[in-house]
Design a protein around this ligand. Structure first.
Ligand code: PEP
Ligand code: MN
Length: 301
């Protein structure tokens, strides 16, 4: 553990301080354990100190054609992990006419993609009642930011023993995030990947930023934990032109993986059409990431 972060936090007597040594000893000791954790999906694809896996795909698994097109494109350029949600929480309860959750049918399409293209799949679990269906397909189960402290969901997802991406809630301190991660670890599942995806602060939810990617949180988490820490610049910025610079900043901050939203025709994306990269933009970013990751002793996988 680096001294710098804790020099000021020597006791619990400073209520304004975030994570204390007492927390580390008694409340989040599994999350902050010193042993390096590698989350392995296959011999080639691991989340570790050395690697930088890229997870990419559309927001929702809207239809079979979309998910196959995207998966084929990704496979061709060497991206091995597909994201896409068949079950999706939305900020507002009203869904556009063009969008409905594809639910178990969407998971069937994901199954086909896996079989035909040998890709790994990340998808979100919104509720316990969907877990069995999602678990039979997904290689990584995502807990979305809105569910970060849904403790029953954390427990049930942990019990599957599958790798888990835990997204930070946009209003949560790192202390709260590590409290949530401890709820997963205490169930005996340490295949944990932590994800920074932007925070809400007074000057966000404006044209100039929806959320603010907390790059500093990546640096801080890397000091606090030995689990992979990844970044989702797409959900943070909500704005495609900023995704590439924020992805690069995340790599420079030390992230161990990225989630990038992309779509063949972003404007037609049924959810959040301003944030996905198109194929050309994604390809350009992928080339850039291959180059800069070397500077930080990371290999894109
Ligand atoms: C998502 O990954 O599509 C998503 C909704 O992310 P978040 O939970 O970070 O908003
Ligand atoms: Mn989304």
């Amino acid at each position: 553990m680096k001294k710098a972060l804790f020099i000021k936090n020597l006791s619990n007597k400073q209520p304004t301080k975030d994570i204390t040594l007492d927390d580390i000893k008694n409340k989040i000791f599994k999350s902050t354990a010193k042993k390096e954790v590698i989350v392995k999906l296959s011999n080639k694809i691991t989340f570790s100190k050395k690697n930088l896996p890229i997870i990419a795909g559309p927001n929702g698994v809207e239809n079979r054609e979309l998910i196959f097109n995207v998966a084929k494109f990704l496979k061709k350029i060497g991206v091995n992990i597909l994201r896409g949600h068949a079950y999706k929480p939305l900020t507002f309860p009203y869904r556009s006419k063009t969008y409905k959750e594809s639910l178990s049918e969407g998971m069937d399409w994901m199954d086909e993609v896996k079989r035909h293209l040998n890709m790994k799949v990340v998808t979100e679990v919104t509720e316990i009642r969907h877990l069995d269906r999602i678990n039979s397909t997904a290689d990584i189960l995502q807990i979305g930011s809105r569910n970060m402290q849904n403790l029953e969901l954390l427990r049930e997802v942990a019990l599957t023993k599958k790798p888990i991406i835990l997204k930070r809630h946009f209003g949560a301190s790192l202390r709260d995030m590590l409290g949530a991660s401890e709820h997963i670890l205490v169930e005996g599942n340490n295949k944990l990947i932590l994800c920074e995806r932007g925070v809400s602060v007074p000057h966000t939810h404006k044209d100039t930023s929806r959320f603010m990617l907390d790059v500093q949180a990546i640096v801080a988490l890397k000091e606090l934990v030995k689990f992979p820490v990844i970044s989702d610049p797409s959900h943070a910025s909500f704005w495609a032109p900023w995704v590439s610079p924020l992805a690069c900043a995340s790599v420079a901050a030390g992230c161990d993986g990225l989630i990038i939203e992309m779509h063949p025709r972003p404007k037609e994306s049924a959810v959040d059409p301003l944030q996905p990269l198109n194929y050309k933009e994604f390809k350009k970013l992928h080339i850039k990431l291959k180059k800069i990751s070397k500077l930080f002793n990371k290999k894109i996988v």
